[in-house]
Design a protein around this ligand. Structure first.
Ligand code: M6R
Length: 364
């Protein structure tokens, strides 16, 4: 049941410190500060290339993983949505590994993409929340998220636990192919280990985010922007909002604003900016200023250092704990989930069962 919560989605958002912790405990050895994934019948460090295929929120987890694996493990990654991939039938690299991400493990397009990759001689890895699922059964290696059953149609805890496992996968590939040292690994493990506590800290901003949500509930369009690891989180924030509040929302790579989307901005359009103070921070801030100069209502998500830099340029801010660049996408997901949730509650939509949507898309 929902326990003391009003909706499954709310319960699942608040379960995140615990389930991220459970997922980490399955893959991390705190004593040696190292990561241990299940045994694989091949050496993942030998992969020539990785192809990631998924749908919806699981696809966005794939976009974060691409960034991590390219940057921290030096392995080239292609990411695609399953419904495109399966009909394009792309050539696949010799010595390639293909990874399928699916909470349910039953998404029809993702399963069809898996079967295609298998026919192309790829080693098949999957990341699922449901261990006894079709996608898991047809894979060479199964990685599991320990999110527990996710009931709300809008995916929340499945996404952040997918990211948690994908972070561990990126480190494992980097270690096995010689890109990451044991020291690098220990540093990343340290950053991951503090996540449950930091996620819990963000959950304390619930009332503040609820108040922000009241001001967004009347918007017709909402934009989310971010760069680097923040870009997929902008996409995820926008998907969450449109799914459950029915407000039109789009996520953009902040650097793309000038190439079109900035034309949408007027004083009625809230812009949510995902901006951890990482190496791309200054660039994201200048995109934010361009939006603010055109009257956009900016809601700025950053850490104390970032918030100090921008002064009162934003019309609202949410402070996120300072975090290693690597771990930021997991933390910045939490406020965008909470924002979507509160907007939907304020509008009175059916949060757990939004119109036209099913939890698991088992027909194409
Ligand atoms: O079970 P899967 O992870 O394969 O599902 C993929 C998508 O259908 C799913 O993430 C969908 O986009 C969610 N409703 C997003 O909140």
């Amino acid at each position: 049941g929902k326990g003391n919560y009003n909706h499954f989605m709310q319960k699942e958002i608040f379960e995140q410190p615990a389930v991220i912790g459970d997922t980490l405990h399955s893959f991390i050895n705190p004593a040696t500060r190292s990561i241990k994934l299940p045994e694989m019948p091949f050496n993942i460090g030998d992969a020539s290339r990785l192809t990631i295929v998924a749908c919806g929120t699981s696809f966005y987890a794939g976009l974060v993983a691409k960034h991590w694996i390219e940057r921290y493990a030096g392995l080239g990654v292609d990411v695609d949505v399953a419904s495109e991939f399966r009909y394009r039938c792309p050539p696949m690299p010799k010595g390639g590994i293909a990874l399928f991400i699916s909470q349910s493990g039953e998404t029809a397009d993702t399963l069809a993409a898996l079967r295609y990759a298998k026919s192309q001689g790829q080693k098949i890895l999957s990341l699922v929340n449901v261990a006894e699922s079709t996608i898991a059964r047809e894979s060479d290696v199964v990685l599991q998220t320990y999110a527990g059953p996710e009931i709300g149609v809008a995916s929340t805890k499945a996404f952040t636990t997918q990211l948690t496992v994908l972070a561990c996968l990126a480190v494992t590939i980097g270690r096995e192919n010689g890109t990451l040292s044991a020291n690098d690994e220990a540093g990343i493990v340290g950053a991951l280990t503090v996540l449950p506590k930091q996620v819990a800290e963000i959950l304390h901003h619930d009332e503040e985010i609820r108040k922000l949500a009241v001001n967004i509930a009347d918007a017709r369009d909402v934009l989310y922007i971010g760069r680097g690891l923040g870009y997929p989180i902008a996409l995820e924030g926008a998907l969450k909002l449109k799914e459950i509040s029915y407000i039109h929302a789009e996520g953009y790579a902040a650097g793309e604003m000038k190439h079109g989307p900035i034309a949408l901005i007027d004083p009625l359009v809230p812009i949510i900016v995902i901006a951890p103070s990482d190496d791309l921070f200054e660039k994201t801030v200048s995109n934010m200023q361009e939006a603010a100069a055109r009257g956009g209502r900016v809601i700025f998500l950053s850490d104390a250092k970032g918030l100090e830099t921008i002064g009162d340029m934003a019309s609202a801010t949410v402070e996120i704990p300072a975090v290693a660049d690597f771990a930021a996408p997991i933390l910045y997901t939490i406020p965008v989930q909470m924002l979507a949730y509160h907007v939907a509650v304020h509008k009175g939509t059916d949060v757990d069962q939004p119109r036209n949507l099913a939890k698991s898309v088992t027909v194409e």
